[in-house]
Unconditional design. Sequence first.
Length: 352
Amino acid sequence: MLYAVVIKKQFISYLTFSSKVPKKPVLNFIKKLFIMSNEEHMIDTEESDEEEEKMDDGEEVPLVIVNDEVDIDLTHCRIRKIEHFDNLTAVEVLCLRNNLIKQIENLYMLTTLRELELYDNQITKIENLDTLVNLEILDISFNRITKIENLNNLSNLRKLFLINNKITKIENLEHLENLEMLELGSNRIRVIENLQGLKNLTNLFLGKNKISKIQNLEALENLELLSLQSNRIVKVEGLQNCLKLEHLYLSHNGINEVDGLENNVKLQTLDMTGNKIKKICRIDHLVDLEEFWFNDNEIDSWDCVDTLKNFKKLETVYLEHNPIAEDPMYRKKIKLIVPWIKQIDATMAHQN
């Protein structure tokens, strides 16, 4: 159990949380800090151990927060309800990760907030964020959210994390014109859609969903990273307008050939791990490639591997768990094709 304590010589407000296993040294430390504050709201150091015993029985423990604190971290504090934050006039970062919160509420006064972390709670709905107009980073990952909603007022939002929820549809994002990063991995999304308003999006994470087709990315002209690992994709397509794309992750899908990358000449990372690819082809023009991950496929001919010699910036190549990797001269042949390579699979190229 962690106890977050922030205290200075200013007015102090209180937040309480339930604890099953509070420790006596922690209480004494909190008491000592109260004495140092020399303020009105102070724990009496002459109190007997009776209070500590009560807290050991699961009573609420007072948590001290300074009203003008800028960065507040209340991770793992067994908080069940968001409350008593009204007097936090300067807070910019509020972290409530790993708690027991069921509802987003009582944050309307925190208009200075730039970053809000609600990762790993029990939240079922995105709500009550309308007044947080300065919010730039919002993380509600690992909760129980089923719908993206009520974000219309957050026009300054740059990063939105909704990993590992129960979201089935990409929607209600059209007002987030300044959004740069959208993380929707580990949800139940089937279709890539409703992204046309996100002109400034540079990073899109949609791994571990139920997506079967790459589509509706035409408006994402500034996209630099696209992650679609562990979906149901069988064809590389729909990327023709993503001219700034540098990192493409398509591992663990059902792709059987490399195609559709004609316009993506800025690619630096190409991850096709765990597909059904038999031949490396139609990528000669990707001369900026640095990371080439094609392990766990069905590549059985060295002829197509010769393509790698076109990639003068190539640093890492993964081809293990392909039929060609059974060749006793596997590593040596790769080094002959790309003598400048730094890493082959999980080991450095200079190692035997």
